[in-house]
Design a protein around this ligand. Structure first.
Ligand code: BGC
Ligand code: NOJ
Length: 837
């Protein structure tokens, strides 16, 4: 069952009924000011940091789930009837409803009582504010006497404090209600009134929020209780019911912003009303105007407000935003025989990658914005999906992340976006973390050819004076694994590796302890086969980097280390039919036939095959290359882990809590890390399938979790059909196929990489663009437009035989191999014809 449809031409998902199985959300903003917005206008906004600079209040886990947001109410003043044109919060049945989520904007349209409503929400590039551009049209045959009320609830900045520290909060709220411009001065906005939120501005904050409206007000409210009335909620505000604002001025309690605009619309008439919600900072020594008073200095903000209250400026800003996204998405555009592939690659998957770049794992409808900072491994993997769109910002991200690396090569597991400093509460000791940095830097180098980044002086642990070139950080990252061999010489796992919930040194029997930061074992026994595979992969990337830097000693070192690690994996990490997962603190294998639960795990199969283990076709004389085992491992995945909704993390699921395994066994069977389809891992198998040349299988797995391909079962999948979710409930779950935790997941980047670089096979290499598709046998070809290092590649691929052999013709000349060498300086475009046989 569907709740909407894709409008690919507009690059929008169109939701056609408001009661989606879960709130289906979108993001506003792509620089510093951000908002989350649901299909019924729920959500909140913040400036840079969802915890520390929250502009509007949102209550998670509410009933109904999505309550609180950017609400507007319409009231027919003749009948007294009022409704929410975004359906929530009054939930009055609308005659028409539509929500269009696009890149960085959302448009909600509805109709009731002959009044057509449309609101376009977006954040202009370069500004710290959001615009709600409302158009009202009287489509009825008679004149309409209307009231339009706005309503937001201010958050007292620190979202955590805001939700907990009421003994203080209830006394600190402060607002100002002030004219936008002085009459007769002609500076724009005469007669308009702006609501300013300035809690804590009198003391250490130098920022405030504002909420403005383009129309003269019939009234306003800034005190929640006055607006709602006693014991009432957002669904029945008394001020709206009575058609009369209270002109309340909040002091303490709950400051809100509400404008009341009266609008007369003749039959057929239309009117636009603009609301602005924004964030502004003042210099510390120029906070008040006049100086010495307690009145906000509004000199810098007023021109901004006046500007965007004009619809022509708002329209212009919107068009600029659209063009910006056309430019970003235009870096890779594909035309394949599969519409789900096309729209995910061309629009939604790329868009989601940008959102994960901006949000990391901080703010979604499943991440409250007060919990996690930027993860080290999260950020480095996210980069794989956005580096081609915003290489300059990828560069900055790499430098920020690597500055939180520790001197021993390890890493702070998280850092705070506002301070860019490692988070001491979570600390380090997640032994896979540093290796992802090598993959991220390698991807950056391949995409940009900007080798200068390796010479950047980067601190360790954010300590001034500890700077060393980024290149050395990479060497340290690799050394970190080498310094930590376990009893089988496999890498020690530490607190956890990629699977955060496989906590082999935790042994926690105390409720409430964090599985990620509690360590009751000394960590000298439990080992990870996954890290071994990741290490081999990182070494291979490092070899390529070092070779380019003419550092033969490093090339030799990492190649030798990788080869040794491979041998160790064959000796201790291979179970006969698949790769083992780990060794626990007792030295017992996990992910092995020896186990009754958790006999086979997905992650080592993916990562080891991606690293090339067991891929060679011919058996090797020393018997240590594991030749052919890659296929065996992948067949085991197909047999034991794959089902219609994707590939689950492991089987059998853990049916009870195991002290020595940790959080993984805390979840009911089929959910989260306990045997759900943890979507992040699925693309590793897709990539691995392409490594062994099985395009049909790779694409089949791609399609099973492709949100667009699952659109038709939205009532089962529940999450948005336009973005990936972190997990889909597994075979053991009560509701298999039900997704959770949409938007912020490494799933976005990895699926993007799997489809674009491995299945379609357009893969940036150090010295050129590689074209090496491994596509389904039924495809007769596809086309790609790809911007690579400033050159436009127009690639057309034709299948002429059933295999994966590729021959390339570049600008009419055939070339050897699959890598298109970099063209001459100044070349604007390159035409590539690829034949697959
Ligand atoms: C979740 C993981 C997450 C971890 C760290 C766990 O409860 O299941 O997915 O990575 O917490 O926040
Ligand atoms: C989500 C975390 O953000 C990521 O770092 C982790 O690897 C996965 N969960 C799997 O546990």
């Amino acid at each position: 069952m569907k709740f909407g449809y894709f409008d690919d031409t507009q690059r929008e998902y169109v939701i056609t009924r408001p009661d989606t199985p879960l709130p289906w959300i979108n993001y506003l903003g792509c620089e510093e000011y951000f908002g989350l917005i649901s299909n019924t206008a729920g959500g909140y906004s913040f400036y840079r940091d969802a915890r520390l600079r929250r502009l509007t209040r949102y209550r998670y886990n509410n009933a109904p789930l999505d309550m609180g947001g950017r609400y507007l109410y319409l009231r027919d003043n003749t009948s007294g009837k009022y409704w929410s044109p975004s359906w929530m919060p009054t939930r009055l049945k609308l005659d028409e409803y539509e929500c269009r989520h696009g890149q960085g904007y959302t448009i909600i349209t509805s109709k009731l009582n002959g009044i057509k409503f449309s609101a376009r929400y977006f954040v202009p590039l370069g500004e710290s504010l959001e615009i709600w551009q409302v158009t009202l049209t009287n489509e009825s045959a008679s004149d309409a006497d209307l009231s339009l009320f706005s309503a937001i609830e201010f958050c007292l900045w620190d979202a955590n404090d805001d939700a907990t520290n009421f003994q203080r909060n209830y006394s600190i709220g402060q607002v100002e209600i002030a004219p936008l411009a002085l009459e007769g001065r002609g500076d724009g906005g005469e007669g308009l009134t702006v609501i300013y939120h300035k809690s804590e501005y009198r003391e250490r904050r130098d920022h405030f929020a504002y909420f403005a409206c383009s129309e003269k007000l019939a009234g306003f409210d800034t005190a929640r209780e006055d607006f709602l009335g006693p014991y009432r909620g957002w669904d029945t505000p008394l001020a709206v019911e009575e058609g009369k604002s209270r002109n309340s001025e909040a002091l303490g309690w709950q400051p809100i912003g509400s404008h009341h605009v009266k609008i007369q619309l003749k039959a057929g008439e239309q009117k636009q009303v603009i609301f602005l919600l924004g964030y502004q900072e003042n210099p510390k020594d120029d906070k008040f105007d006049p100086p010495g008073s307690q009145v906000i200095n509004k000199k810098t903000v007023k021109p901004i407000i006046a500007k965007y209250l004009k619809s022509e400026n708002a329209d212009k800003a919107f068009n600029t935003l659209r063009d910006y996204w056309t430019m970003l998405l235009g870096k890779i555009q594909v035309t394949t025989p599969d519409e789900h592939t096309n729209r995910m690659v061309n629009i939604w998957n790329a868009y989601q990658c940008m959102v994960t770049f901006n949000m990391s794992r901080s703010a979604s409808y499943f991440e409250s914005g007060i919990g996690r900072g930027m993860g080290f491994r999260d950020s480095t993997q996210d980069l794989l999906g956005f580096v081609h769109m915003i290489p300059e910002r990828a560069r900055e991200r790499i430098l920020d992340v690597s500055a939180t690396q520790l001197k021993n090569g390890g890493a702070f597991h998280q850092y705070q976006p506002l301070t860019k400093r490692g988070n001491n509460d979570v600390g380090s000791g997640f032994n896979d973390d540093p290796l992802w940095l090598v993959l991220a830097v390698s991807a950056y180098l391949k995409e940009t050819g900007d080798w200068s980044i390796l010479d950047e002086q980067v601190q360790y642990q954010n300590e001034p004076g500890s700077e060393s070139p980024l290149y050395e950080h990479l060497q340290c990252a690799i050394q970190y694994t080498l310094d930590r061999p376990g009893p089988h010489k496999l890498p020690l796992i530490g607190r956890a590796d990629w699977n955060d919930c496989l906590n082999l040194n935790c042994f926690s029997d105390t409720p409430g302890q964090s599985f990620q930061t509690t360590t009751n074992k000394d960590g000298t026994v439990a080992e990870s086969v996954f890290i071994a595979g990741l290490f081999v992969l990182a070494c291979k990337e490092m070899a390529g980097i070092a070779e380019h830097c003419n550092d033969q000693a490093e090339v030799d070192k990492v190649q030798k280390s990788a080869a040794e690690m491979e041998k160790i994996v064959w000796a201790a990490g291979w179970d006969g039919e698949w790769f083992r997962r780990a060794y626990d603190d007792y030295g017992h294998a996990l992910g092995s036939k020896e186990n009754t639960e958790g006999r086979i795990f997905i992650e080592p199969q993916g990562i080891c095959v991606m690293a090339g283990l067991g891929v060679d076709a011919a058996p090797s004389p020393d018997g240590q290359s594991g030749s052919g085992n890659a296929v065996k491992a992948l067949d085991s995945v197909g047999e034991h882990l794959a089902f219609q909704h994707g590939i689950v993390v492991h089987q059998p699921a853990f049916t009870q809590y195991y002290l020595h395994l940790g959080e993984i066994s805390s979840y009911p069977e089929g959910y989260k890390e306990n045997a759900s389809v943890f979507c992040h891992t699925n693309p590793w198998i897709m990539v691995a399938e392409t490594v062994v040349g099985r395009g049909d299988k790779a694409f089949d797995y791609y399609t099973r979790i492709n949100p667009s391909a699952r659109e038709g079962i939205s009532e089962v999948h529940k999450c948005e059909p336009y973005v990936y979710a972190q997990m889909i409930a597994g075979k053991d779950a009560v509701k298999p196929g039900e997704a959770k935790n949409s938007w912020l997941s490494g799933t976005a980047a990895w699926n993007y990489v799997a489809i674009t670089q491995h299945i379609l096979g357009i893969h940036p290499a150090f010295d050129g663009l590689e074209v090496k598709p491994v596509i389904p046998s039924g495809w007769n070809g596809f086309e790609v437009r790809r911007n690579f290092r400033g050159v436009r590649y127009e690639i057309s691929v034709k299948r002429e035989g059933p295999g994966n052999e590729v021959s390339l013709e570049v600008d009419g000349k055939s070339i050897k191999g699959t890598i298109i060498p970099l063209p001459k300086q100044g070349t604007e475009s390159v035409k590539v014809k690829a034949i697959v046989r």
